[in-house]
Design a protein around this ligand. Structure first.
Ligand code: PEP
Length: 237
């Protein structure tokens, strides 16, 4: 299973370093063999060795150049970063990234062999418009994306469930994941208000290959507990 943490614009460089140290020692102590990804803020990126893979929450589709405020592959390469989050709903809906821009970014980092965690998901009004409209909306987020890319992981994150404490029913997650698995065989994570209290039931759903956790990942001990629960589920299977 894949257990991923998205810090968004939280934690400083020093706090991230302490977090990763604490997380690594718990993962080692508990014999965790799950894939664990951590996406810190850009200013906290650094070289990291251990069980955890550190990835970038965002980067521009460039090696370097005149793109004020952005970072490119050269800045990621300095820290050995080869994993990137693309299409997170906050980048789509708050920062206004279009599908076209996301596809450009996807293709650029795909060419470089990056592991890409590509996020899809619907806002509330789309979900409330019924299943057909919702699936059409999510399908549009697959347009231009190479769904067979070997280093692809997809995260289904209903926008209305991110940071709100709301989660779809387990049946709803299962239904969407089943439909999305038909589009791509890539590992499929669920994200949206996952926390220690609900991670076991979410990870137990068919076609859920892991979780992407925002707010509840900010305390290393809580995130480590989620990795432990993932390990227990896998050990049972
Ligand atoms: C996210 O940011 O990807 C996310 C799922 O956030 P949260 O867990 O806080 O809902």
């Amino acid at each position: 299973m894949i257990v991923a943490a998205n810090f968004k614009t939280n934690l400083t460089r020093k706090k991230t370093l302490n977090y990763l140290g604490a997380l690594e020692s718990i993962l080692k102590e508990k014999n965790i063999s799950q894939e664990v990804l951590v996406f810190p803020a850009t200013s906290s990126l650094d070289e990291h060795e251990g069980l955890v893979t550190v990835g970038a929450q965002n980067a521009y589709a460039t090696f370097n150049g005149a793109f004020t405020g952005e970072i490119g592959q050269e800045q990621l390469d300095e820290f050995g970063i080869k994993t990137i989050l693309i299409g997170h709903s906050e980048r789509r809906h708050v920062l206004g990234e279009t599908q076209e821009e996301l596809v450009t970014k996807f293709n650029f980092y795909k060419e470089l062999g990056f592991k890409i965690v590509y996020c899809v998901g619907e806002p509330l009004e789309i979900r409330e418009s019924g299943n057909e409209i919702m699936m059409k909306y999510i399908s549009a987020q697959y347009e231009g994306i190479d769904t067979e890319y070997e280093n692809l992981t997809i995260a289904y994150e209903p926008v209305w469930a991110i940071g709100t404490g709301l989660t779809p029913t387990l049946d709803d997650i299962q239904t969407v994941h089943q439909a999305l698995k038909a589009k791509s065989k890539a590992p499929l994570l669920y994200g949206g208000s996952v926390k220690v209290a609900n991670v076991e039931e979410v990870l137990s759903i068919e076609n859920v290959d892991g979780v992407l956790v925002g707010g509840a990942s900010l305390i290393a001990q809580d995130f480590a507990k989620m990795c432990e629960i993932a390990q227990e589920i896998e050990n049972k299977e």
